[in-house]
Design a binder for this molecule. Structure first.
Ligand SMILES: [Zn+2]
Length: 273
């Protein structure tokens, strides 16, 4: 699933492509993509609106429109945007389509049907269920050492699982949580509340570093490419999907175990405690 860096890259690409364009027509092709809007309401609330800004919140992409509405998209597993000329055919998994002025159209394609879209009033975004409980953005002032300390001190979850909890830290998923814990030399099973303040300060620093590097990795994308996948982070990962390979810090072999129904990768030596 794309995490904060991949969603940030898609957001930036979309911003370059569609800000300033007007939606001439919109169609919700698979109603389940936007269960909170009927297909008729979806089409009516987007038609005629200009796209004023594209922003990101956690793993969500927000397209703010001139009609006081915001189109919220969560890509989930396989959701992706495709930007085409208006006369191009839809892909077999096109679940929504926006026809834009200037002869272009934007498709939302999703092989596995986990993606979600919501059209909401821009002034009411704080109340939209997908956004209302999200933790502060990692790159915001609010995501301070004090915030992270106060949050983790109250959690008896294992630290890796606490990092995946979007109400505690927004935007991290399996890859970057594993990578940040390795860099901060923290055992992924350690209960969050047992982390000392200095280790939390270090963890916060490494979360920002790993996200920053992954976003900078953007140059591996081709211009105009809206499709992101984990493949592109492969060369940079120190532990993720590296079971049995030597740790780049200490040479111990990276291990994998299942935590919260997902794989956690870690170094048994660097992350002993
Ligand atoms: Zn190591």
């Amino acid at each position: 699933m794309p995490e904060l860096p991949e969603v940030e890259i898609v957001t930036r690409r979309l911003r370059e492509l569609i800000v300033g364009k007007t939606i001439i027509k919109a169609r919700l092709i698979r109603a389940g993509l936007a269960p909170e809007n009927s297909p008729r309401q979806f089409a009516a609330s987007l038609r005629g609106a200009r796209i004023d800004e594209v922003a990101r919140r956690g793993k969500h992409i927000l397209a703010h429109l001139s009609n006081q509405r915001t189109l919220i998209t969560h890509l989930r597993m396989t959701g992706r945007f495709i930007y085409l000329n208006q006369d191009a055919e839809h892909t077999p998994h096109t679940h929504a389509a926006l026809w834009l002025d200037g002869g272009k159209k934007l498709l939302f394609d999703d092989q596995r049907h986990f993606g979600v879209m919501v059209v909401a009033r821009t002034t009411e975004l704080d109340r939209v269920k997908h956004l209302s409980k999200l933790a502060p953005e990692p790159f915001s002032q609010e995501f301070s050492p004090e915030y992270l300390h106060d949050t983790l001190k109250r959690s008896s979850q294992q630290i890796k699982l606490a990092l995946l909890d979007q109400t505690k830290v927004a935007g991290l998923g399996n890859i970057y949580a594993s990578e940040a814990l390795h860099r901060a030399k923290i055992n992924p099973r350690l209960p969050a509340k047992r982390l000392s303040k200095p280790r939390i300060v270090s963890l916060r620093k490494e979360i920002l570093a790993v996200l920053d590097e992954a976003i900078a990795n953007d140059n591996q994308f081709e211009a105009g490419d809206l499709d992101t996948s984990y493949g592109r982070y492969d060369q940079m990962a120190r532990v993720y999907e590296r079971e049995g390979q030597p740790c780049p810090v200490c040479n111990a072999l990276i291990r994998r175990f299942t935590q919260g129904a997902r794989s956690t990768y870690y170094c048994p030596r660097c992350q002993r405690r």
